[in-house]
Design a protein around this ligand. Structure first.
Ligand SMILES: Cc1cc2nc3c(=O)[nH]c(=O)nc-3n(C[C@H](O)[C@H](O)[C@H](O)COP(=O)(O)OP(=O)(O)OC[C@H]3O[C@@H](n4cnc5c(N)ncnc54)[C@H](O)[C@@H]3O)c2cc1C
Length: 401
């Protein structure tokens, strides 16, 4: 019988397990690793199966900026203890042309005194010659430690440290969760059962599979284009910061780029992600599986390659590969970190932002599961409250924050 079980060992769950393992509680983490062959995976997928994620403190939402700041401050310790490097502090640039969004970001920059330089795309053209942006747009530049992270390695690092600290880990998925007199009985794929007094759900896009009451959320398909570059070209482009660019496009809102990263297949890729305009949410696990295990993301290659070649016209790309992914949106645009039933807690709902901030989100989930009450001095519980029932979309675009 464990004191606390974490279900879902993605970015948030693995972080929560590390923070729980720092306490006196006996803890277990349960969640599958990345499938070797996505096309035949019968279990849940994840939103971190990639080697590049933008990391930044700059944000239009105070809460996201605080979560990112706290997490980035933890990166060196996690890297040192796990001996795994996942952070590349190469800087970050946000390119946009919408006064309201710029104002919102400026307000958070001032409130948190972030070292962000507000300038124009013309002014940064000389410094980042391999990026091409419209003239006279706003460019908000954030230096190191902003840059990018490798989410696959970050999950591994968190779990390595959690295990060093005494946490038990099962690389299986949970099929059923039942309340018992002493807490919960947790059935794993393969038939093993685990008992725990309390449970923290960190199941990402599968937030409603084990939740007692439906949480308001939408899971939307997102696509990534990976553009292969030679090792020499990867070195040449390595000076570039990661970036988000709010497009002036009739259908698609935004794209974000991570400069060349060496992927597990031994190839360096520039990675560009982008929100697919007008796409239908994925309501069932079967729909999520069809998107993640299939090739529907290939349909997005046209516009994504065009935008990438427009933004990086001087780069030499050798090949383009499309990858599917899942984004979990909540109505208030922040993760749910809350108790949804007696002894059952959630830390879910990344809204396309949680990779960089996953350590702080995991820490808040862990603290709530241990203490049973919200103890954070700066962030309000209300901001992260669980909302049940139907999903109502927030007004502004996801990456506009
Ligand atoms: C294309 C794309 C680009 C992105 N870019 C960025 C970026 O640049 N910067 C940024 O900060 N964020 C970015 N994000 C968002 C970020 O990746 C997510 O917010 C983050 O991965 C969410 O973490 P999570 O732990 O909630 O979910 P996940 O990382 O998906 O982990 C959830 C885990 O739960 C497991 N699980 C599900 N059901 C069960 C079950 N029944 N039993 C056991 N385990 C289960 C899953 O297998 C998975 O491992 C991006 C997301 C996408 C899709």
């Amino acid at each position: 019988m464990f004191d606390i079980a974490v279900i879902g060992l993605g970015l948030v769950g693995s972080a929560a397990l590390r923070h729980l393992a720092l306490s006196d509680a006996s803890v277990v983490g349960i969640g599958p690793g990345e499938p070797t062959d996505w096309s035949v995976n019968s279990g849940p997928f994840a939103s971190h199966y990639d080697s590049g994620r933008v990391t930044r403190r700059l944000d239009a939402r105070y809460e996201w900026a605080v979560l990112a700041s706290r997490s980035i401050a933890q990166y060196p310790e996690i890297e040192a203890q796990s001996r795994l490097r996942f952070h590349r502090p190469g800087g970050f640039i946000f390119v946009r042309n919408d006064p309201i969004g710029i104002e919102q970001q400026q307000a958070v920059i001032e409130r948190l005194d972030l070292p962000v330089v507000a300038t124009t795309t013309d002014a940064v053209r000389d410094e980042f010659q391999d990026y091409e942006f419209p003239s006279q747009w706003t460019a908000l530049y954030e230096p190191s430690p902003a840059g990018h992270i490798d989410p696959r390695v970050m999950v591994k690092a968190q779990l390595t440290v959690a295990h060093q600290l005494g946490a038990s880990i099962h690389r299986k998925h949970v099929t059923t969760l039942q309340r018992t007199a002493g807490g919960f009985s947790i059935e794993l794929s393969g038939g093993v059962a685990v008992q725990a007094a309390r449970v923290l759900l960190a199941t990402g896009a599968y937030l409603n599979d084990l939740a007692p009451e439906p949480l308001a959320a939408q899971v939307v398909p997102e696509a990534v284009i990976l553009a292969a570059v030679s090792p020499a070209e990867a070195t040449r482009l390595s000076y570039l910061p990661s970036m988000i660019y709010l497009l002036d496009h009739p259908i698609h809102d935004d794209v974000y780029i991570v400069p060349p990263v060496l992927y597990p297949d031994g190839v360096h890729y520039v990675k560009m992600g982008g929100s697919i305009g007008g796409v239908e949410p994925l309501a069932t696990s079967a729909e999520k599986r069809t998107w993640m295990s299939g090739s529907d993301a290939d349909d997005q290659i046209g516009w994504m390659r065009d935008v990438l070649l427009e933004v990086m016209p001087r780069a030499t790309f050798e090949q383009f590969v499309m990858k599917p992914c899942l984004i979990t949106d909540t109505p208030h645009g922040l993760p749910y970190i809350d108790e949804v039933a007696d002894g059952l807690f959630v830390a879910v709902g990344g809204n396309g932002h949680a990779a960089k901030s996953s350590d702080a989100i995991g820490a808040l989930g862990a603290s709530l599961a241990i203490n049973g009450t919200w103890t954070d001095p700066d962030l309000e519980a209300l901001s992260f409250r669980a909302v049940f029932g139907e999903y109502e979309a927030p007004r502004d675009s996801r990456h506009g924050t």
